[in-house]
Design a protein around this ligand. Structure first.
Ligand SMILES: *Cc1c(COP(=O)(O)O)cnc(C)c1O
Length: 368
């Protein structure tokens, strides 16, 4: 027996026939780059979210980078984000020529604490990137209000939150830009790399479309130095199949989450919190314990492989530390020592969830 933290193969198999048909159709079409599949996926995804414009790109990091390039950052311009995130969020800021500034997170939701934005603000602040970490929405109403007061661009990092909502409004529809990744383990995933930017104006839509293809507004004539970051037809075709199943897959994640919540409510673990207005889509089921290393070792010996997202906060990683030598992020720093991700993917069996719960209880009984 081997239970992984996420399992892209198991999640692919129920849809393999549909996906193979979609792939075969693309192969037979003769159109492999920026054709009908990408256009259709962009249209279907923006309709799903309830947003105006959607542009497919090569991956989630590029989505963030290209959204930031629309802000035309000067080298000392600052972008406020969190350190409790994937390295991708921060590397995108640096690729776009900005300086990351980190704020701490809410200890319950693990997302950006809006009350700390005022203190992080400087005359060089240009943008804010909240991250909907683990599938729980950041406090967008407060962040948007702050950004409006200070004339800042908001870019939502939605890489872990396809389908998450605040009071029935999808994440990805609050900010000026929103960025998605379709990496194989994400809630909406292709079988390779993929990403997408959502915007609210025709001007931004046209700008991102140009930036993703060498800066072309018209073919063979770069108006600025864009990059090559196109979503492939093959990935778009796979994503069109999977988008139809996103809501049911998110429901399965939420069922698994409630099994964990019930089974572990009396354990020593700190379990995920969901705000009353939030529709949490459980990209990960992140729990806290100060006894993490012992528990992980025990579970590994049983063939259960939890993840740790993330062991080193961004402001302490070698590439990023120089941007914020004085950063004090006590909630983030403490969390990085205690956080771990229990197995969570739509095809995870309920019997497997029971095995994980009983193994955790057994270990705590022997170690409390
Ligand atoms: C996965 C992820 C990204 C980036 O995605 P890639 O497609 O791997 O470039 C960005 N932000 C967060 C929070 C992520 O989890």
């Amino acid at each position: 027996m081997k239970i992984l933290c996420s399992n892209p193969l198991a999640d692919y198999l129920p849809y393999s026939t549909e996906i193979l048909t979609a792939i075969t159709d693309v192969l037979a079409s003769g159109s492999y780059i920026l054709g009908n599949e990408v256009l259709s996926f962009e249209a279907e995804f923006k309709k799903y979210l309830g947003s105006q414009y959607a542009i497919g790109v090569a991956n989630g990091t590029d989505a963030l980078q290209l959204a930031l390039r629309c802000c035309e950052l000067q080298p000392s311009d600052e972008v406020i984000t969190v350190a409790h995130t994937a390295s991708a969020t921060v590397t995108a800021i640096i690729q776009a020529g900005g300086t990351p500034v980190f704020v701490d997170i809410n200890p319950q939701t693990y997302t950006m604490d809006p009350d700390l934005l005022e203190r992080a603000l400087t005359p060089r602040t240009k943008a804010i990137i909240p991250v909907h970490i683990y599938g729980h929405p950041a406090d967008m109403p407060s962040i948007m209000a702050f950004a409006q007061d200070h004339d800042l661009t908001v870019i939502e990092d939605c890489a872990q939150a396809h389908g998450a909502c605040i009071a029935a409004k999808s994440v990805g529809t609050f900010g000026d830009f929103s960025c998605f990744s379709f990496y194989p383990t994400k809630n909406l995933a292709t079988l390779g790399d993929g990403g997408l930017v959502v915007t609210k104006t025709e001007e931004h839509d046209a700008h991102i479309r140009a930036l993703r293809e060498y800066g072309w507004r018209n073919k063979f004539n770069s108006e600025e130095a864009g990059i090559n970051s196109r979503l492939d037809e093959l990935h778009a075709a796979i994503l069109r199949v999977r988008l139809k199943h996103l809501d049911s897959q998110n429901s399965k994640r939420r069922e698994i989450a409630s099994l964990y919540q019930d089974g572990l409510s009396n354990s020593e673990l700190t379990l995920p919190f969901a705000d009353s207005l939030a529709y949490h889509v459980y990209h990960l089921f992140a729990v806290q314990t100060i006894k993490r290393d012992g528990l992980v070792q025990f579970l590994n010996d049983r063939g259960i492989f939890p993840g740790v997202h993330y062991p080193v906060p961004a402001h302490q990683q070698p590439a990023f530390a120089k941007y914020s030598p004085a950063a004090r992020l006590p909630v983030t720093e403490e969390l990085s020592k205690r956080i771990m991700s229990l197995p969570m993917y739509p095809t995870l069996g309920h019997n497997e969830v029971e095995i994980i719960i009983s193994s955790i209880k057994e270990w705590f009984n022997a170690h409390s």
